[in-house]
Design a protein around this ligand. Sequence first.
Ligand SMILES: NC(=O)c1ccc[n+]([C@@H]2O[C@H](COP(=O)([O-])OP(=O)(O)OC[C@H]3O[C@@H](n4cnc5c(N)ncnc54)[C@H](OP(=O)(O)O)[C@@H]3O)[C@@H](O)[C@H]2O)c1
Length: 306
Amino acid sequence: MLALVAAPSREEKVELREVPEPQTRADEALVEVRAISLNRGEVNRLATAADGWRPGWDVAGEVLKPAADGSGPVAGQRVVGFSNFGGWGQRAAIPSANLAVVPESVSLALAATLPVAGVTALRLLRLGGNLLQRRVLITGASGGVGRIAVQLAHQSGARVTGVVGGAERAAGLEQLGADQVVVGIEKAEGDFDLILEAAGGASLAQSLKLVCPRGTVVAYGNSAREPTTFLVNDFYLKQPRLVGYFLVGDAAARPVGEDLARLLELVATGRLDPQLALEASWREAESALEALRERRVAGKVVLHLD
Ligand SMILES: NC(=O)c1ccc[n+]([C@@H]2O[C@H](COP(=O)([O-])OP(=O)(O)OC[C@H]3O[C@@H](n4cnc5c(N)ncnc54)[C@H](OP(=O)(O)O)[C@@H]3O)[C@@H](O)[C@H]2O)c1
C-alpha cells in the first residue's frame, strides 16, 4: 500500500512510498483510510525524523476488518480514530478504544480534524475544572487546537481571550466565542484562571505572570522551539499550578474513543466547527505541510487519500 513517510532529502521531509500492509492486534480494527489531518507536532517531528519513519495521528475512513476481540465498530462503519503514529497510509490498524463512529451528517474530512486537535482542546480545558465565568487565555488561538479550544471554553461559560500573531490571524475568532482577541501576549491583561499555552519560549514566561493566584497554566507545546526563562519568585507567591499535558502519553492510559464521540456529537449538532481551513489531495502533502509550517492556515488541514 501507499503511505506518506519521512524523507529527509525532500523540502517538507515527506513523500509517498510503498510500505507493508499493517498487522492488527486482537484489539485493533483495520481501517481503510479516506482522510487524514495534519498537526504542527507532526511537522516538528518530521523535521528531524529518520528516513522511512511513519507519521500520522488523525485518520478517518471505513472499517475493513473489525477488532478480532469483538470490541468497537463493525465492518463498513465510518469511523475516525487516533493512531500512535503510522496513520498516514491507505490502511491503518487502530485500537478500537481509540475509534468513534462518525454520524451520517458529518463528513470524514471534518471528522479527521478531531482526534489530536479536538481531544487535546477538550482535555486541556478539563484541567481548569468548572469554567463558568472563569477567565481563560488561549495562546495560538488562530491554530488547529486554538480554534477548537476557543469554542469549547466559550460553551463552558468561560470569558475567553485569544492570543494571535497578527490582526489577520484573528479572523472569525469572535464569532467562535472569543470575548477578546489580542495581537501578541504582551497585550493581554491578567489575571487568568486558566491559560492554555503552546507557543512556548517567552510566551510561557509571560503566561506565568498573567495567571491569577491559585490559577492554572497548562504547557502543552513549544511552537517557538525556544527555552523559557522566568523569575520564580513572581510565580510561586501566587501559588498557581504549572501543568504539562501530552496527548500521546495520556491516550495510552485513557483511550480517546469516548471523547471523540462527544466531539462528533457537538459537530453533528452544529455546536462545534472544527475550522477546516485547507483541504487537498495527499499527493499535495508537501504544499499543505509548508502552509501549516509557515502559519498560513487558520485552523485545520485535511488531506484526502484519492
Ligand atoms: N501536548 C500535546 O498533547 C499537544 C497536542 C496538540 C498540539 N500540541 C502543540 O500545540 C501547538 C499547537 O498545535 P496545532 O496543531 O494547533 O498547531 P497550529 O495549527 O500550527 O497552531 C499553532 C498556532 O500557534 C501560533 N504560534 C505562536 N508562535 C508560534 C511559532 N513560533 N511558530 C508557530 N506557530 C506559532 C500560530 O498562530 P499565529 O500565527 O497567530 O501566532 C499558530 O496558529 C503546537 O506547538 C503543537 O505541537 C501539543
